[in-house]
Design a protein. Structure first.
Lengths: 264, 343
């Protein structure tokens, strides 16, 4: 065994150690979020402010995305269904696709890009400029003020944004279907609600809560633990987006398995 | 709290409020569609095969959704019990002998339970009742039948192919008809004849038309025959006479028939021995007696002849016979004389 091999082996061990240490840190971070969220004092003003940033400010972008998603999905599905004369099934298809998967996923991905990067960059720059340390010195709990408020905001606002996205995507789908098949508003929504079940609605809601929490927690964690310097801020913003998107897909996969198990 | 913060709070409040309103309306609408918030009764049916029916699938009655499948679970050895939530409003239309069957919303649609109402004379179903299940053909069985049909179709098309091939080669009657040039010529000639016949028929119909026109022309014989009441009366009278004649003929025939019957009766009597003629004709003894009598009569007449001969030569009767001869000769002469005088 030569010297290079020894160095590679020790690097690998240190990476694995770091991974598990990071995992431990994440676990402690999440536990602390829950703990701080339920313990007073509550930072209502900051929560409302973050809700405004996450929810209200993201609404136009996410609504437009949802609306376009509905139109595009119907347009792309029509040729396949028309091949075996099942175009009348488009409302059912779009209802299932949007309520079960597309609405929470699209909302969360857009929010991860917009809100997650914002949180990562904001907390990262605060960390770099030692504002977080300053808050601690001034007897303010920076974790509660910065992290918990943001995580609560994303966890509550993403489900509401998902509701908006669902409605607008269904509306977009209706406009397209009405234009091509002249289906009435009542027929369309009757068919939509005939197909969708309570399980679908609550699974979608539960998923969007988890996705919201993930976006907030990842953004805050990455920003809170960013390395020093301007490079660290950019890295924190970037990794918070990438990681939260990756985790959203992993959670989507897991939630699908859970919902399928519940249904069967 | 600053104005900016207030404004932000209001906006967040509106945002959250509208989101919640949309969500609640959606849930209520969904519940309404799935009949979740209305009173319902539970009815079960036991099937041999549910064909993939799942909890939450619809229950239809007369083409209207009246409930959903609440549970699907095994029953007995291999059967499946399907518990359904039926809305209270539909209860009165579903009777005790109602039948449930597994169907689907379309050819590729979700599975559903279809309930057929049953006899109106019976009471309506109650909560917890088990209604009868109707076995239906599954997709596999339908596909099997279709497969069988396909085989038959293949056989038919193969046979038809052979048939067409034979016809094309000119085999068989139809093949000969289609390929034989002589037959074709004959067919052509037949068609020509038919054409001529149709032309004749056309001419005939033209003649008939002109004849009917003439019938309608006043003053013509045909028109008079058809329309003149006097001629019609004469024809009617002639017909009546003919009728009377035929009646007379009938009577005559009846009488002839009666006469024939009498002749037959007489003939029958002649064949019997209970009358004189019948006895004469049929009885051999009588015949023999008659023959003997005739012999006697012949002998008697011969003897009478001899006697008469003798009598003519007798002196007592001779003058009588001579006078008679003279009278006869005289009458003969007179007649000859009268014949000579006539031109």
């Amino acid at each position: 065994m030569n010297k290079t091999d020894t160095q590679d082996g020790s690097k690998r061990v240190s990476r694995i150690n770091r991974f598990f240490l990071d995992l431990h840190d994440v676990f402690l971070f999440v536990v602390r979020i829950f703990k701080e969220a339920f313990l007073p004092p509550y930072e209502f003003k900051e929560i409302v402010k973050q809700c405004f940033e996450v929810g209200v400010k993201s609404l136009p972008l996410i609504s437009l995305t949802g609306f376009i998603t509905g139109i595009v999905f119907v347009n792309q599905s029509r040729p396949s269904l028309s091949e075996f004369g099942a175009v009348s099934w488009l409302p059912s298809l779009i209802a299932i696709a949007i309520v079960r998967a597309l609405a929470p996923l699209v909302t969360s991905l857009i929010a991860a890009g917009k809100v997650g990067s914002n949180i990562g960059a904001e907390l990262g720059s605060m960390n770099v400029t030692e504002q977080i340390d300053a808050m601690e010195v001034s007897a303010t709990n920076p974790f509660k003020f910065l992290v918990v408020s943001r995580v609560i905001a994303t966890t509550t606002m993403i489900p509401i944004l998902t509701v908006y996205t669902t409605m607008l995507a269904l509306l977009g789908g209706f406009i397209n279907i009405h234009q091509h098949e002249a289906t009435s508003f009542q027929t369309y929504f009757t068919q939509v609600f005939n197909t969708v079940t309570f399980t679908d609605v609550f699974a979608s809601l539960a998923k969007s809560i988890v996705f919201g929490f993930t976006i907030g927690a990842v953004g805050c964690y990455k920003g809170f633990h960013s390395s020093k310097g301007t490079e660290g801020v950019g890295k924190a913003a970037n990794t918070s987006v990438v990681l939260s998107m990756f985790l959203i897909f992993i959670e989507e996969l897991l939630s699908l398995q859970i919902v399928m198990a519940l249904i069967s | 709290m600053s104005t900016g913060e207030n404004k932000r709070s209001v906006q967040v409040g509106i945002f959250v409020f509208l989101g919640l309103v949309i969500f609640i309306v959606g849930v209520l609408f969904l519940g309404g569609q799935q009949k979740r918030f209305i009173k319902s009764i539970e009815v079960s049916a036991v099937f041999d095969d549910v064909g993939g029916l799942k909890t939450g699938n619809n229950v239809w009655f007369s083409g209207v959704k009246v409930g959903t499948v609440k549970a699907v679970k095994f029953y007995g050895k291999s059967q499946v019990e399907v518990t359904m939530n039926i809305e209270k409003e539909a209860q009165e239309y579903i009777h005790k002998d109602a039948q449930a069957e597994i169907s689907s919303e379309g050819f590729i649609g979700n599975k559903i339970v279809v309930i057929e109402g049953g006899t109106p004379q019976l009471a309506s179903v109650d909560d917890g009742d088990i209604i009868r299940a109707k076995a239906v053909l599954g997709t596999d069985q339908i596909m099997e039948t279709l497969q069988e049909n396909n085989k038959n179709l293949l056989k038919i098309t193969t046979d038809f192919k052979g048939l067409v091939s034979k016809i094309a080669r000119g085999k068989g009657t139809i093949g000969a008809v289609l390929t034989d040039s002589i037959l074709a010529e004959q067919f052509k000639a037949t068609v020509n004849h038919l054409e001529r016949a149709s032309q004749n028929a056309e001419r005939m119909s033209g003649s008939l038309a002109s004849y009917s026109n003439r019938l309608n022309t006043k003053g013509s014989l045909a028109h008079e025959l058809v329309t003149d009441t006097t001629v019609f009366a004469s024809i009617k009278s002639s017909a009546n006479q003919l009728k009377q004649m035929s009646q007379s003929a009938n009577q005559l025939v009846d009488k002839a028939s009666q006469a024939t019957t009498n002749v037959v009766t007489a003939t029958n009597k002649l064949n019997q021995n209970d009358n004189a003629l019948g006895l004469l004709l049929n009885d051999q003894k009588t015949s023999a007696d008659l023959r003997t009598t005739l012999k006697y009569l012949e002998s008697s007449s011969r003897k009478l002849d001899q006697n008469m001969e003798a009598l003519q030569h007798n002196f007592l009767t001779r003058p009588f016979f001579r006078r008679q001869e003279k009278a006869e000769a005289k009458a003969k002469r007179d007649s000859l004389k009268n014949a000579g005088q006539q031109p």
